[in-house]
Design a protein around this ligand. Structure first.
Ligand SMILES: [Fe+2]
Ligand SMILES: [Fe+2]
Length: 249
């Protein structure tokens, strides 16, 4: 049975779950771990360093998403979107760490390091007063994650890594879209949240900043990532982000 809303349109969570199903891939079966070429991987040490940062950021999802899940307990669609994000974010972390372990990257990621990143964050909450802002941060973080993994995949000369990064990058674009759908639903219910969305976008913080301080966002000044970032906001709000920034509101 297809889950439908009262109006007869397909539920947001059902669309999200279908898209996840169509895009699903297995860390165990779909990555050619046996074929990883260690020598080629080390031809680009800067890619490997970025990969390590990305694995740390992916490991941080349980902290960020636990807050969002709690703050959106009364939104069934949001519960599903964040649950799937938790699972797929875990897959990204698992696959990236596995890759670094396979090539014996030094320093290896340790569980103690992952726990250290989370320390001090356990009591931070998201409330009604900043929920829209945190949803916007989440959507734009996913959007930039897509470009980050895509660019890294384009630069990677080791074929297994290039393949893994293209799979992760395709997941991230879905994640950004799901987050956008959640925000669109809130705008539809109450247009007064539009200025908050615009304001949050102009003061955007990547959630990875909490985890590792700085964030490897696409390529520095990746113009397409930035342009499409603005387009996402404009589609949601019906207002150009640049006009909002100029207006100084
Ligand atoms: Fe991810
Ligand atoms: Fe994601």
């Amino acid at each position: 049975m297809i889950a439908t809303q009262e109006s007869g349109t397909r539920r947001l969570y059902a669309r999200t779950a279908s898209a996840a199903d169509r895009g699903a891939w297995s860390v165990e079966r779909d990555i050619a771990w046996y074929a990883v070429d260690r020598r080629r991987a080390f031809e680009r040490p800067e890619i490997l360093a970025s990969l390590r940062d990305a694995a740390l950021i992916e490991s941080y999802h349980p902290v960020n998403l636990a807050r969002l899940l709690k703050a959106t307990w009364d939104d069934v669609d949001a519960s599903v979107v964040f649950s799937l994000e938790l699972y797929e974010g875990f897959k990204h972390f698992h696959a990236l760490r596995w890759y670094l372990d396979v090539i014996r990257y030094d320093p290896p990621i340790t569980d103690a390091e992952l726990i250290e990143l989370r320390r001090g964050q356990e009591n931070v909450e998201v409330g009604e007063e900043d929920l829209i802002e945190r949803l916007v941060d989440f959507m734009l973080s996913e959007h930039l994650a897509h470009y980050f993994f895509r660019r890294l995949g384009e630069q990677a000369t080791e074929p297994v890594l290039a393949d893994l990064l293209s799979k992760i990058s395709a997941d991230e674009v879905r994640h950004a879209q799901s987050a956008s759908d959640l925000i669109a639903k809130r705008i539809e219910a109450d247009r007064s949240v539009v200025p908050r969305v615009l304001e949050a976008a102009s003061h955007f913080h990547h959630f990875g900043e909490q985890a590792i301080g700085t964030v490897p966002v696409a390529q520095p000044g990746d113009p397409i990532a930035i342009q499409t970032f603005a387009h996402r906001i404009e589609r949601l709000c019906g207002v150009r982000l640049v006009d909002h920034i100029k207006s100084g509101l």
